[in-house]
Design a protein around this ligand. Structure first.
Ligand code: SF4
Length: 529
């Protein structure tokens, strides 16, 4: 399927846009690390970079690490950009800067695929996944890299099978500057939660790579220096349970071969708790975190959003089961649902306490294009198209101010330092204690690795333990970890806790958006052309 016979050479600049500050990018943790600047390497853009003709020179710039410079634009013959809705303003800004150098700019990825009309200034719109549209784009750039007179929209009709995807060009990314490594095994999800755009964008029948591809990708990530934690960005790791069971033994073998130095994480539906055969293999493969979209502990609300599969086991029991296999649960929570009542915030705060989940992304409901929620709200006249000054485009049933103030109350309660560290303490004592015991690999005993850990400990002790305003709570937790020799638990928990505490304070004082999807920018916005 890959386009063949291209002889011309084009220099391609791939630019990944900066993220708007958000809960899930962990930027307040970065100053505690040894030089992390960004969250995860972008899969889509690195995949396209690998798919371009082999003889085309490619430069990759992640603007979360450094901005694309005049020298980059002068070097390039064309620019490729990709990103999510939350990066819309920044993508339009990259386009404006590239046009100042008279370069053709193409945009692909989830945002343009759902909303092509958000990007009127781009020369090429790549709508859909890797496929015939990608080949068409490459052929056109090979023939003539100059800007077309009018915008050209290329839509993928024929997708490349994931089993034919090349390994993303991880070698172009500065892997050491990312908090997590990323990898993708499948795409799509069989469920149809009302608010989610995954089934509409990527289908209900998950497409798959082969286990061999994943092992080759993990090996390459290792070669490129990314060893700590690798996150499976699949929409739902158990969207195809048989495929998950096919892959897991390969991951176990890979961990044995490479000395268990990499931790794995993924996203999966909570009904994974019903699958002990999957959970046991995940434990063996050193999965340490599972992000579950729990969304709400209210059964009526789950039913209304078509997420009944969250109730296949009682929610608390499901969380406890996952913890018993050594995996911490991270939870997505949505507020502003039609089923919310005046008592919803109190119920959520109790849920946070009872579940002992340290990290919950608590967002206001946002209607995304290509979702059943969008269609319903449009029918009901409850979509707010000009959401300037609001943190959601949904006209809630409860008064807007009441929903936002409930959200702030939940954030404040969930991320009180004493409560948060108590939840981490539970995770250390119970969940982490259930992880597979492995000998410390020789690779972890090398001086560069020990030096990294010392730098992180120094930063944490100084910035939190000396300068921080919750230092007593921190030291109580830290001394307990040090007494047990649990440096990994200390560093990991303290870094993430610091981000959560700082972010929640900014949120409750109105300096952060209540929705991770909101395109409202608190920083100076960047102009689109
Ligand atoms: S289970 Fe998750 S990925 Fe699947 S439709 Fe629901 S929210 Fe989306």
């Amino acid at each position: 399927m890959r386009v063949e016979g291209i002889e011309t050479v084009r220099r391609i600049l791939c630019v990944f846009p900066r993220y708007t500050s958000s809960f899930g990018t962990f930027e307040h943790a970065y100053p505690l690390t040894d030089g992390v600047h960004a969250f995860m390497p972008p899969q889509g853009l690195l995949l396209i970079a690998a798919y371009l003709p082999e003889h085309w020179p490619v430069r990759f710039v992640d603007e979360n690490i450094r901005p694309a410079t005049s020298e980059d634009f002068e070097w390039a013959e064309a620019v490729l950009v990709s990103g999510m809705h939350i990066q819309r303003q920044q993508m339009n800004d990259i386009c404006r800067r590239a046009h100042a150098f008279d370069l053709a700019v193409a945009i692909g990825g989830p945002s343009v695929s759902a909303c092509p009309d958000y990007y009127p200034s781009f020369d090429y719109l790549h709508v859909g996944e890797l496929g015939d549209a990608t080949n068409d784009l490459i052929t056109r750039l090979a023939r003539d890299p100059s800007r077309p007179e009018q915008q050209v929209v290329l839509k993928t009709a024929d997708r490349v099978a994931m089993s034919e995807f090349p390994i993303p060009a991880y070698e172009l990314a500065e892997t050491r500057k990312y908090l997590l490594g990323s990898i993708q095994y499948s795409s799509g999800c069989p469920y149809q939660c009302e608010f989610c755009d995954i089934p509409g964008l990527y289908g209900r029948n998950p497409r798959l790579k082969t286990p061999q591809q994943i092992i080759a990708e993990l090996d390459k990530l290792r070669e490129c220096g990314m060893t700590d934690t690798v996150y499976f960005v699949d929409d739902n790791f158990i969207g195809n349970r048989k495929a998950a069971l096919d892959l897991l033994p390969h991951l176990v073998e890979w961990q044995k071969r490479t000395g268990y130095i990499t931790r794995l994480a993924c996203e999966a539906t909570l009904n994974i708790a019903k699958r002990p055969e999957i959970l046991e293999l995940m434990r063996e493969a050193m999965f340490v975190t599972v992000f579950c979209g729990i969304e709400t502990p209210d059964p009526d609300a789950l039913h209304a959003m078509h997420k009944d599969h969250n109730m296949m086991v009682p929610i608390m029991e499901g969380i406890h089961t996952i913890n018993s296999y050594g995996m911490e649960v991270v939870s997505g929570i949505i507020m502003g649902l039609d089923t919310d009542k005046p008592g919803t915030a109190d119920a959520l705060i109790s849920f946070v306490d009872e579940s002992r989940i340290p990290l919950l992304t608590i967002n206001l409901l946002q209607a995304l294009p290509k979702t059943p929620l969008w269609d319903r709200l449009e029918r009901e006249g409850r979509l707010i198209h000009d959401d300037e000054g609001r943190d959601s485009n949904v006209d809630f049933l409860l008064p807007y101010e009441e929903v936002v103030s409930s959200w702030k109350r939940c954030m404040e309660a969930a991320y009180q330092p004493d409560k948060l560290f108590a939840r981490y303490q539970y995770q250390c004592d119970y969940t982490y204690a259930n992880r597979k015991r492995v000998p410390v690999a020789p690779e972890l005993k090398t001086w560069p690795n020990i030096r990294r850990a010392l730098i992180m400990l120094r930063n944490i002790f100084w910035k939190v333990g000396v300068l921080g305003d919750y230092k007593k709570i921190f030291w109580k937790f830290a001394l307990g970890r040090l007494r047990r020799g649990d440096i990994e638990g200390l560093i990991g928990s303290a870094m993430i806790a610091h981000h959560l505490i700082v972010f929640a304070r900014a949120a409750t004082s109105g300096q952060q958006s209540a929705s991770n999807y909101s395109i409202r920018l608190r920083e100076a916005s960047v102009p689109a052309e």
